[in-house]
Write a protein that binds this ligand. Structure first.
Ligand code: MGD
Ligand code: MGD
Ligand code: SF4
Ligand code: MO
Length: 885
């Protein structure tokens, strides 16, 4: 694509916390392809598959275009009045704690600031919490405990300047792909060692020098052991410890108690002692170490302690805030960090202030309000419990899909359905949460919205609009301010633009600060509209001469003593359950984002992972009688759901893994949240999504089928279904599970309109049915069903949607149930960025391409973001194995 001619709008990717710069032709039409911003310091022009395919998600399909009440369109004035009146009357009758907001790390900082100001500053309740509770709250609590403030000490460059990078509970290759590619590029130059600590062998392990396939939840024991051994072998930094830390003795005593010997810890961690010893030795002997952690650490019942155990090791060795060293919390969402700056968590106030009397006083002076909340509000899971039992009577949800993403999600759905008044601001219509809301407010989406986000390395970047809003969509800050005005707070919410809000947010960060809080961007308090429009990315705190890449190399911790605190932590034993012998893990796939409301719009992204698959170890699968590609029911105390089984040695014995992306919108409830337990970290309140006790059962379907159609159909009512967008239509995978699941036919799935011609083939003996509906010779829909046999490959049939009329040969092949094989350019998409399918890669291997680079040269696969390279390598290995057999 040649974009050199058009003026470019530079903006920031709306997906992960890496925060890559994106460039789009200004005034671009919807669905215009995007490119990486070569001038952005984070990605220097590169994008991963999700970023590269943003253009496929900016259309109007599925957008929420107007305010809606119970399914009917209403005007903005009516909608805003209703929110204001309902909230005001409930507050008047039951007090401010009877209402709540549940917001998101996908809001812009300006939106987030205004939401928090309205709830904590003017309604006067702490009841605003955010989906960051599910994501970053354990890291936040650990930072505050160790450093005194929620501050990430390092920056991305540290990944390039380190000699050892430890990735703990992070599938970086898929979840922070561009940062991972920066690490791999640096490793080419300096030979960086990489250690991955994850119970699963993930794509990230592909490049690792050492993989610790740790027992689920054993990270605290592991890092305590490391701490003890580092202290014992003389790796500590006495000068740093003496000058800048406190609490070492207590922390060491606690760690020693939990670490009787290397052999005992190795056993507790499910590791062999040699691996453990290597891990410790590499850490001890390498000065430049980065330990990056993500949800395998945070989403645990000991999430905060685990993060502190990691930080302890870096404080002990003084490896913090210097080039190539430090503990590094990888943030998930594009604005997880910005939300923390404005106090989006229920237990924090804006500008990194806590709920102290003096902080509340400071805010009262700054906002000129006498209604500042004086105590923390309810954390996400508790907040939804309060909705369930009627303490909270009105709830406003913004930019998150809690009916899918909270633990015990069926209970969340019920709580919302029973709640007196539920408002949802979203840019997409038809989410699981939208189905439970009384009022839907259309928000502008990426490409239409304008403001700032902060990434994992404290870098504030601009998201800029390059398209007009869809329908009547409005910015979230505008919607909230209009409601605030109607609730009687007009003066405090008289914003005319996101720049107005940003200036106030910047001013507050410096207000009565005097160096007490590190988060300070007050240098931008007077930024002009033009400068805000042109703002280049920068890392807070802003000091004279610009941003700050690293902190704490010379101490200066924002604690009362100015010292960092070691934390005494010890593992809590967890009881095993006979009813639920497996540990259910959950997480992300390479090409999808959360509940797929946006990435699900892209047929290319949908091609890589086509169905909700549960991964199970091969030996466990044999014991339970589960076959690869068969169906498996996973049952927990909270719910049951069916998945396609993927049997793999990459999964630890006793562990199951399910993706978080499927919802009741696109599957028969194959959602991870419906299964997840309510257990959470006692300090942070973050749910332990990685460790739900579960069991797995084989499911023998009565029949299996798939249905291909040009137009979406009403949700199929079978025990199993999964829907995805394909080029030119939709594909439904179906299976009959219970006695009520009679086999479908084309007509009852999608009744015909117009002069449709049916062709069909029934094979009574094999229990097969193949039907197609043609309109003017063109394939409209087809159903392929079997009771015993195999189903043909889908890609050839999907390709038929593109042809104007089916040839006799096509019809014969379709009805034969064979389909054309996955040869040539067919097969699923492996490289989403370059659109290369498995078939093309097989063909390249067959014609002599022997490694990833050669395949890249032949096909282009793996030459953009690189996150498909592990998969290409697998295809090569598979090919060799097949050849040898
Ligand atoms: N493709 C993609 N990228 C994303 C997202 C997305 O939806 N899709 N979402 C973004 C968001 S919001 C977030 S929070 C991040 C999350 O980024 P990550 O945390 O990297 O992603 P997850 O897949 O949730 O989990 C990471 C790993 O933790 C492992 N794990 C489970 N239990 C344990 C344990 O006990 N110990 C250890 N050490 N590891 C364990 C899991 O096996 C998994 O591989 O990704 C961001 N990036
Ligand atoms: N089992 C299990 N559950 C998990 C996790 C896990 O690992 N396992 N991970 C947890 C984590 S880390 C996270 S971050 C959550 C994510 O979970 P959610 O936040 O529920 O997931 P999303 O699909 O990102 O939902 C965002 C919604 O906001 C909408 N949206 C996007 N941009 C805007 C905007 O600008 N304005 C408005 N108003 N709406 C917008 C989208 O259309 C979408 O409906 O899931 C959590 N749940
Ligand atoms: S790594 Fe990918 S998803 Fe994350 S910000 Fe960059 S392009 Fe977007
Ligand atoms: Mo997240």
């Amino acid at each position: 694509m040649n974009m050199t001619q058009a003026p470019l709008t530079k903006t920031t990717c709306p997906y992960c916390g890496v925060g890559c710069g994106v460039a789009v032709p200004s005034g671009a039409e919807r669905n215009t392809p995007v490119a990486g911003d070569a001038s952005h310091p984070v990605n220097k022009g590169r994008l991963c598959s999700k970023g590269s395919l943003l253009g496929e998600t900016t259309g109007l399909e599925n957008r929420l275009l107007h305010p809606m009440r119970n399914g009917a369109r209403i005007g903005w004035d009516e909608a805003l009045d209703e929110v204001a009146t309902k909230f005001s009357s409930i507050i008047a009758e039951h007090g401010p704690d009877a209402v709540a907001f549940y917001v998101s790390g996908q809001l812009l900082t300006e939106d987030y600031y205004v939401a928090n100001k309205l709830m904590k500053g003017f309604i006067g309740s702490g009841n605003i919490d955010t989906n960051s509770r599910l994501c970053m709250s354990s890291a936040v609590a650990a930072h505050k405990r160790a450093f005194g403030e929620d501050v990430v000490p390092g920056c991305y460059e540290d990944f390039e300047e380190a000699d050892l990078v430890i990735l703990v509970g992070s599938n970086t290759a898929w979840c922070h792909p561009i940062l991972y590619q920066r690490l791999l590029a640096a490793r080419e130059r300096r030979g960086t060692r990489i250690i991955v600590i994850d119970p699963r062998r993930t794509a990230t392990c592909d490049e690792a020098d050492l993989h610790l396939a740790i027992a689920p939840g054993a990270d605290l024991a592991l890092f305590n052991a490391l701490f003890c051994e580092l202290a014992a072998c003389g790796a500590s930094d006495p000068a740093f410890i003496t000058a800048h830390t406190e609490g070492l003795d207590e922390a060491l005593d606690a760690a020693l108690l939990a670490h009787p010997s290397l052999a005992a810890t190795a056993e507790a961690c499910g590791l062999d002692p040699d691996t453990l010893e290597t891990f410790i030795r590499w850490f001890a002997e390498t000065e430049r170490v980065v330990t990056a952690f993500s949800q395998g650490i945070n989403q645990s019942q000991s999430g905060v302690d685990q993060a502190n155990a990691i930080i302890n090791c870096h404080l002990l060795t003084g490896r913090i805030g210097r080039p190539g060293m430090g503990p590094f919390s990888l943030t998930g969402q594009p604005n997880a960090m910005g939300g923390r700056e404005v106090g989006g968590l229920a237990n924090q106030l804006a500008a990194h202030l806590d709920f102290s009397e003096s902080a509340c006083g400071l805010l009262a002076r700054f906002w000129e309000s006498d209604r500042i909340a004086s105590s923390p509000g309810l954390k996400a899971v508790d907040l939804f419990d309060a909705v369930a039992d009627g303490r909270i009577k009105a709830l406003w949800i913004m930019a998150t899909n809690p009916v899918v993403s909270l633990p015990d999600a069926d209970a969340v759905r019920k709580a919302l359905l029973d709640c007196e008044f539920v408002v949802l601001s979203d840019c997409i219509a038809g989410t699981d949460t939208a189905a439970c809301a009384d009022l839907l407010l259309p928000a502008v989406a990426w490409g239409e919205k304008d403001g700032t986000v902060t990434n994992s390395e404290r870098r504030i970047s601009r998201q800029r609009a390059f398209m007009l809003p869809a329908g009547e969509a409005r910015p979230d800050w505008w919607i909230i301010s209009e409601v605030a005005r109607r609730m009687g707070f007009a003066d405090a919410f008289a914003y005319g633009s996101s720049a107005d809000i940003f200036r106030e947010h910047a001013r507050l960060s410096g207000f009565e600060n005097e160096g007490s809080r590190i988060f300070d961007i007050s240098a931008l308090s007077e930024i002009t509209d033009a400068d805000y429009d042109a703002l280049s990315s920068l890392q807070w705190p802003l000091r004279e001469g610009g941003g700050t890449a690293r902190l704490f190399a010379d101490g200066g911790f924002p604690t009362p003593s100015g010292r960092a605190r070691f934390t005494a932590v010890s593992p809590v034993p967890r009881a095993a359950s006979a009813r639920f012998p497996f540990t259910l893990n959950s997480g992300r796939l390479r090409d999808q984002w959360h509940t797929m409301t946006r990435t699900g719009l892209s047929p290319t992204l949908g091609s890589n992972a086509q169905e909700p698959e549960a991964e199970i170890n091969d030996l466990d699968a044999r014991d339970v009688g589960i076959e690869d590609g068969g169906l498996v029911r996973i049952v927990t105390e909270y719910g049951a759901a069916i998945f396609r089984a993927r049997v793999t040695a990459a999964q630890r014995r006793g562990s199951l893994f399910v993706p978080i992306h499927w919802s009741s919108e696109n599957s028969a409830g194959s959602g991870a949240g419906r299964l997840a337990h309510r257990a959470r970290d006692p300090l942070s309140g973050q749910p332990a999504f990685k460790h739900t006790p579960a069991r797995a059962e084989a499911v023998a379907p009565l029949w299996r089928a798939f249905f291909l159609t040009r137009t979406e159909i009403a949700k199929p009512q079978y025990g199993y279904f999964a829907r995805r967008r394909v080029e030119g239509g939709f594909l439904y995978e179906l299976a009959g599970i219970g006695p009520g699941d009679g086999p479908p036919d084309v007509e009852n799935l999608a009744p015909a309109h117009g002069a449709v011609e049916y062709v069909e083939m029934r094979d009574k003996h094999a229990g097969a049915l193949r039907q197609a509906a043609l309109l003017g010779g063109r394939l409209e829909k087809c159903l392929i069903l079997t009771r015993q046999g195999a189903l043909p490959p889908r890609d050839w049939l999907i390709g038929l949607l593109a042809s104007e009329s089916l040839s006799e040969e096509d019809r014969r092949t379709l009805l034969s149930g064979r389909g054309a094989g996955a040869s040539g350019g067919e097969g699923r998409i492996v490289c989403a960025c370059m659109g290369v399918r498995a078939g093309a890669i097989h063909a390249a291997i067959a014609s002599g391409a022997a490694d990833v680079a050669a395949i890249g040269e032949c096909t282009g696969a793996g030459t953009n973001c690189g996150s498909c390279r592990p998969e290409i390598r697998l295809l090569i290995a598979q090919h060799r194995k097949d050849e040898a057999a």
